[in-house]
Design a protein. Structure first.
Length: 134
């Protein structure tokens, strides 16, 4: 776990539904952030349809502007562009793939505690426990 001192140093910024506007708000933090910091953007695009061009551009700006910081971007949706294959792609297409590494997280079965992490062709099976992942 984190120490009391470490917990005092955590900042959360909650931004909902407007990634483009959030770029303007968080840019003031750019000079203060280092590789010790972490930006988490949860559900960066809409869950249905294509990722909007505005969201893609905003995400590119965040990744470019904060290249000295660790960034995790998540999306609960992904797409299968070619329905004749079972290959899944991250949202945002090539523009996002070129600037970020994509890792998929799957459930093995609906009621199972096992999860599958897939990065490229590499698969890892992890267990979801009350204390976290194992």
């Amino acid at each position: 776990g984190l120490t009391e001192r470490e917990l005092e140093n955590i900042s959360f910024i909650f931004i909902k539904n407007n990634l483009q506007e959030s770029v303007k708000r968080i840019n003031v933090l750019f000079e203060m952030m280092t590789l010790k910091d972490l930006i988490v953007i949860d559900d960066w695009c809409d869950k249905s349809g294509r990722a909007s061009k505005i969201d893609i551009i905003a995400l590119e700006k965040i990744v470019t502007n904060f290249n000295n910081t660790n960034i995790i971007v998540s999306s609960t949706s992904y797409q299968n562009i070619d329905s004749s294959t079972d290959k899944w792609e991250s949202r945002g297409g090539n523009r996002i793939r070129e600037i970020m590494t994509t890792i998929f997280l799957y459930r093995e079965t609906e009621m199972n505690i096992k999860r599958i992490l897939k990065e490229g062709e590499e698969l890892k099976i992890i267990k979801l426990l009350e204390s976290g992942f194992e």
